[in-house]
Design a protein around this ligand. Structure first.
Ligand code: HGY
Ligand code: MN
Ligand code: MN
Ligand code: MN
Length: 398
């Protein structure tokens, strides 16, 4: 099946559940259906599929062994996400393996297609949770205790998915098998449209992190409470949202977002007792922590002015990543010197880049939009991406 046909097939998997909380991932519906679909497709290619201690899926072509050539991406999504972010890398990897098998290629090294768990952090709040656990870049105890919006811990979700909660954590043996990792991903931006190329090689991933701001005030009656008697956490929360844009605008190429703001209890006629908001901040280079410090100071001032308490918690952070130079050069040479693109989006490849030679391929997205239904890639470009990945897998596993 072509990558475009597989994408169409995957778009139907779990569609009914997606009308629910599509972001409820890490082993929850509909990701569970997507994982089942993946296992079935991988087994058709006679790949041996296993689930590692952290819930990442590994489909092996040849028995697992050192210096493995690994590709893949993720199947989870953000709430209301597009159809390509994650699945494109997974279906392209399956298509590439199928194409190599059909031409009779026999890899000289183990090859694996991996599906990382909870890449978006849509359920437990930490992006790239599966690859962070694999590489030991998140404390296992902290990961186990992460809670989803219903209070379910990652450990409980993992046990419900058939994993052993005690074994959640870094997996140096498995990581030691990975010789090189290449992730194909839909482009999240307009670079390739403007450059007129279907495929690009990834160069860098900018630093990014997530912080939770919890404003505590006094819940009260919307009609019976005079303005002067209020301690309303919505006010400093609103002031912080405006400060995020104002302060980020003053830094070159900074991106800072509040996409999620939750008042409690959330009644129309109720002054909230608390308001939680999450900041996603990303600045090329080393300035992200400085920008966040400025935002926290503005939030504290706003909280103080209203008599509210403020607690700020850092939930994740990753430094700038530059992908492996020799691998980038090889990818460029093998693919006819396509453009090289930086990205503001985080990826599992950027987590692995700290441990094994890693690289990325991007496929043109004419809308440039991602994390929204308008995310798109033309069939012809999807096929170009799958062909590029096929070429790369063959060259790397010779
Ligand atoms: O948030 C990101 O950049 C990625 O999509 N996880
Ligand atoms: Mn994403
Ligand atoms: Mn992604
Ligand atoms: Mn990714």
């Amino acid at each position: 099946m072509s990558a475009a046909e597989l994408l169409a097939a995957i778009a139907d998997v779990g569609r009914d559940a997606r009308r629910g909380g599509y972001s409820r991932h890490a082993f929850d519906r509909p990701e569970r259906e997507l994982r089942t679909w993946f296992v079935e497709r991988a087994q058709r290619l006679r790949l041996d599929v296993e689930t590692d201690r952290n819930g990442n899926l590994w489909a092996w072509w040849g028995s697992p062994g050192p210096d493995a050539v690994v590709t893949g991406s993720h199947l989870d999504s953000v709430p209301g996400g597009g159809a390509f972010d994650g699945p494109l890398g997974v279906v392209s990897a399956l298509t590439a393996v199928e194409a190599l098998q059909e031409k009779g290629f026999r890899p000289a090294k183990p090859v694996a297609v991996v599906v990382f768990a909870e890449e978006e952090g849509g359920r437990f709040g930490v992006p790239c949770l599966g690859s962070r656990l694999l590489t030991g870049t998140i404390d296992a105890g902290r990961a186990r205790a992460l809670r989803d919006p219903d209070g379910v811990t990652f450990a409980e979700a993992a046990v419900a998915a058939g994993l052993d909660a005690e074994r959640i954590g870094s997996d140096p043996e498995r990581l030691g098998l990975v010789g090189q990792f290449v992730e194909l991903h839909v482009e999240q931006g307009r670079g390739l449209i403007d450059l007129g190329s279907p495929v690009a090689v990834g160069s860098t991933v900018i630093a990014h992190g997530r912080w939770r701001f919890s404003f505590a005030g006094q819940g009260n009656h919307a009609g019976a409470t005079r303005l002067g008697d209020r301690v309303d956490p919505m006010l400093p929360a609103a002031g912080t949202v405006l400060a995020v844009r104002r302060l980020a605008q003053s830094r070159d190429d900074a991106r800072a977002t509040v996409g999620r703001l939750v008042p409690t209890p959330g009644g129309t006629n109720v002054i909230a007792s608390t308001v939680d908001l999450w900041l996603d901040a990303r600045v090329p280079g080393t300035e992200t922590p400085e920008l966040v410090e400025e935002i926290v100071a503005a939030a504290r001032d706003a909280a103080g002015a209203e008599g509210c308490e403020l607690t700020v918690t850092r939930e994740s952070y990753s430094d700038d990543v530059v992908f492996d130079e020799p691998l980038r050069r090889a990818l460029a040479e093998w693919l006819g010197a396509p453009p090289e693109l930086p990205t503001g989006a985080g990826h599992d490849a950027a987590i692995l880049a700290g441990f094994v030679p890693s690289g990325m391929l991007y496929v043109r997205n004419p809308t440039g939009i991602s994390h929204a239904p308008d995310e798109f890639a033309e069939d012809a470009d999807v096929e170009a991406g799958a062909r590029a990945l096929t070429e790369v897998l063959e060259r790397l596993s010779k």
